[in-house]
Design a protein around this ligand. Structure first.
Ligand SMILES: *Cc1c(COP(=O)(O)O)cnc(C)c1O
Length: 226
């Protein structure tokens, strides 16, 4: 997959949303394995939000680019022993999937920073290989996040299975949208449904994604596999 200019990708997002009668989703530029220079180049074109998978790699870029005032999202699996570093550096953590992580992030979010925005990652296709909680675990996890003053519950994130059949992909995205609507009814501040990547973002937007996470379609193939 070759890279699209930022303006073309934004137009694609707009067109997919307009076709579904939905508001434009936010774009998270997934910069894992990309050098800080590539992030800075995209930031110079107006992109503000970037997603990273590996805490240490991200912290180096966050520190190097601090003067740009970018918004950083952790989208990769988070080990509890990295929660302190993550809580100190990120604006959002999208991969919260267990109570222990809620406690660790809440304990380590510095008082000088705004509350950490949190998404609950859901293993929507019940895959052994994927992190994320089961759909039925969302309410208890949401309550725990809500009870933590240093954390702000914003919604849900998922990485559905790459089903070859469009209908199964659509069903997974639709189940996520239904879960989000149920969660938002109980927690009015919830406003974010993070789903859709380079290969499937139009389908995710059609089902109500409010934020898409796009790496390859924006940066081109990653310098090393991730
Ligand atoms: C790498 C990654 C992405 C971006 O994937 P592309 O196919 O390169 O767009 C999105 N979400 C998560 C969780 C990722 O790890």
């Amino acid at each position: 997959m070759s890279a699209l200019p930022l303006s073309t990708l934004l137009l694609n997002l707009h067109n997919a949303a307009a076709a579904a009668g939905r508001p434009d989703p936010a774009l998270l530029a997934v910069s894992k394995t990309q050098p800080a220079e590539a992030v800075a180049a995209l930031a110079a074109q107006g992109q503000r939000a970037f997603g990273e998978n590996y805490v240490q790699e991200a912290v180096a870029k966050i520190d190097a680019l601090a003067a740009l005032g970018l918004e950083w999202h952790l989208i990769g699996h988070l080990q509890s022993n990295k929660a302190e570093l993550a809580a100190q550096h990120f604006d959002w953590v999208q991969s919260v999937d267990r109570p222990k992580l809620v406690a660790a992030l809440a304990a380590h979010r510095p008082a000088a920073l705004a509350p950490l925005n949190v998404l609950i990652q859901v293993n929507i296709d019940d895959e052994d290989s994927k992190h994320g909680c089961a759909p039925e675990d969302v309410p208890a996890l949401a309550a725990a996040i809500d009870a933590a003053p240093r954390l702000q519950l914003r919604g849900l994130m998922a990485i559905p299975a790459p089903w070859p059949e469009a209908e199964r992909r659509q069903q997974a995205f639709a189940r996520m949208r239904a879960l989000l609507d149920t969660l938002a009814a109980a927690h009015p501040q919830v406003d974010t449904l993070s789903m859709g990547m380079s290969s499937d973002y139009p389908e995710a937007i059609a089902q109500g994604a409010t934020l898409v996470r796009i790496g390859t379609a924006l940066f081109g193939a990653r310098p090393r596999p991730a």
